[in-house]
Design a protein around this ligand. Structure first.
Ligand SMILES: C[S@@+](CC[C@H](N)C(=O)[O-])C[C@H]1O[C@@H](n2cnc3c(N)ncnc32)[C@H](O)[C@@H]1O
Length: 272
């Protein structure tokens, strides 16, 4: 699953693009995405138990701060000091749980970048959402993520689904030529951040996780229909978005729909 190395600078890219990234997070389609992620994470939570959560490439904590608010302990590792500062500010605004947030300003190129929890042999829950496609060797990072998960713990992986690159170009953007061009392209460029991204197939990441001894327990497709709608204005209508999200929830674990969603999400369990 190693992609041909591409020139990139993830250490500073997200600091430079932080403002655009935060604007993107407020779009209806990003809010729908984060809502789906929370619904899926909620299926993992055993009542009353405090989890040690590691959010790798967690940025401003959009996925992990709700877990902090729910009483879990969260550590975010990221290269962007700007987005990590946003995470701290958001946690403080949210309330008393902020004391259980730890941030680590680290580069994943450093193979020792992933910390361990203070009092356990691994993390109960490891999130690595929308980071793997920025790595030339995604399988290598998957190996480190599985190793950082405690036996019995869960690893959640998310990356953009290559199939939707083609459909969004041809259907939403009405550009079939672009759809054909991207069909077999090994990488594409992030619109918001400007960095090159490898087009990662879910099956390859599943194989990498299994090779490290993890068991894939569930997978979802995130945003099956919202990305095929060209009219961004309609997405601003709260009632339209509510109905679209209801449909997305129904489609996210169902074949054949999830196969073409904007993102795939995997849950992997490290055997106890
Ligand atoms: C697309 S954002 C995803 C953020 C968050 N996980 C989410 O889904 O909202 C990718 C994040 O990975 C971080 N990242 C990318 N390459 C990195 C590296 N080499 N070391 C540490 N963080 C990195 C970026 O700084 C950025 O915050």
């Amino acid at each position: 699953m190693s992609g041909a190395p591409v020139q990139r600078d993830c250490w500073t890219a997200f600091d430079r693009a932080a403002e655009d990234w935060l604007v993107w997070q407020r779009t209806p389609w990003a809010r729908a995405y984060y809502a789906l992620v929370q619904l899926h994470l909620a299926t993992l939570e055993p009542a009353g138990q405090v989890w040690n959560v590691l959010d790798v490439g967690g940025a401003n904590g959009a996925d992990s701060l709700p877990l902090l608010e729910a009483g879990h302990h969260v550590t975010i590792v990221d290269a962007s000091s700007v987005l990590l500062a946003e995470a701290v500010a958001a946690a403080e605004r949210a309330g008393p749980g902020a004391g259980q947030l730890r941030i680590e300003h680290r580069d994943l190129d450093d193979r020792r970048a992933l910390p361990l929890p203070a009092d356990a042999e691994g993390w109960d829950l490891v999130l690595c959402h929308n980071v793997l496609h920025y790595r030339d060797d995604a399988a290598e990072l998957v190996g480190r993520l599985v190793a950082a998960t405690r036996p019995g713990g869960v690893l959640s992986l998310i990356a953009p689904n290559p199939a939707m690159d083609v459909l969004a170009a041809a259907v939403r953007d009405r550009d079939p030529r672009q759809g054909l061009e991207v069909l077999d392209a090994p990488s594409r460029r992030s619109v918001t951040v400007g960095e090159p991204m490898h087009r990662l197939e879910r099956a390859d990441v599943e194989a990498a996780a299994r090779a490290e001894g993890a068991v894939v327990t569930e997978w979802y497709g995130l945003r099956v229909v919202i990305d095929l709608v060209a009219d961004d204005e309609v997405k601003e209508d709260p009632e339209w978005l509510r109905q679209a999200l209801e449909l997305e929830v129904a489609l996210s674990a169902r074949d054949p729909y999830r196969e073409v969603a904007r993102f795939w999400q995997l849950f992997c369990r490290r055997p106890g």
